[in-house]
Design a protein around this ligand. Sequence first.
Ligand code: SF4
Length: 338
Amino acid sequence: MTIPIFVPHLGCPHRCVFCNQWETSAVRTPPDAKFVREKIRSHLDTKPGSIERIEAAFFGGSFTAIDAALQRELLGAAHDFILDGLVDGIRVSTRPDRVDAGSLDLLREYGVRTIEIGAQSFSDGILAAAGRGHTAADSISASARIRKAGFSLVIQLMPGLPGDSPAESLRSAKAAAGCAPDAVRIYPTVVLDHTRLAEIFRAGAYEPLTLEDALERSADMHELFAEKNIPVIRTGLHPLAPGETAGVLAGPYHPAFGFLVKARLKRRILERELARALERSVSAPSEALLRIPLREKEEYLGHRGENMEYLGALFAPVKIMRIFVNSDRPEIIIENAF
Ligand code: SF4
């Protein structure tokens, strides 16, 4: 279980063009030790009994760039729960250009185990257009420093920033994989109100990804990371409360984006397997029976069953039937017309 503690824009030297942490978190005041304690206690009070590992996570700012005294205050409040045996570790999220030996020592002192860096892209041109203020080389060297110091490393990527393309998103994913992270997060770019990107969008100079583009691009990146055995621990923004969605002006925001990507990946598996099975068929196939793993039923069917509709249209006139079975992978049985 991760207990998210948002520290909106704390430590940020400036505002990146796409970022409005006030819009994507419900926090409206800068956090202090009391806020951290209350947040952790409220999550611990409602945690299901089966949870084995609990982490407090500082998100939404540039943690290692926060004034050291305030870092100590926030980390100290969380660390007390580690000393009491109620929390197992702490994770923080920060900028790649603010990871040095001193900041790593401070994090280690307070039981931080995982450091997430907002690399966003490994193209210097895209980083400059996003007003990040760091380069791809900063992300590569920060990753090496974090790993060498013995922390777990998570890299965050943002496909769809101005100047990005499907090929460039994949190139960034490859570069991120080359940093050997323990996990990655993928946040397709959405246009949030009160950001520079919102102004650029309103001026007609930025075209956001469609939901379909974002699904395809995220699925491509997932497949690349799967090949390298790097888990993708989040895809898409966390679901916003009903009152907060007004802050999303445009782009591929969907409250269940992560599920939609998993469903797209399953659709790709079925499409490939079906194509192969039909190709192998010696006579004209009339029907294909999909034996779908029961425990991943929803992902295989897709949102409102749209994967089945898609496959039905793609492979028509072959009739696509399905049953659910207790198995780990799908199987396909082809019926021939004669
Ligand atoms: S993207 Fe990160 S560094 Fe940039 S403004 Fe947002 S929280 Fe700060």
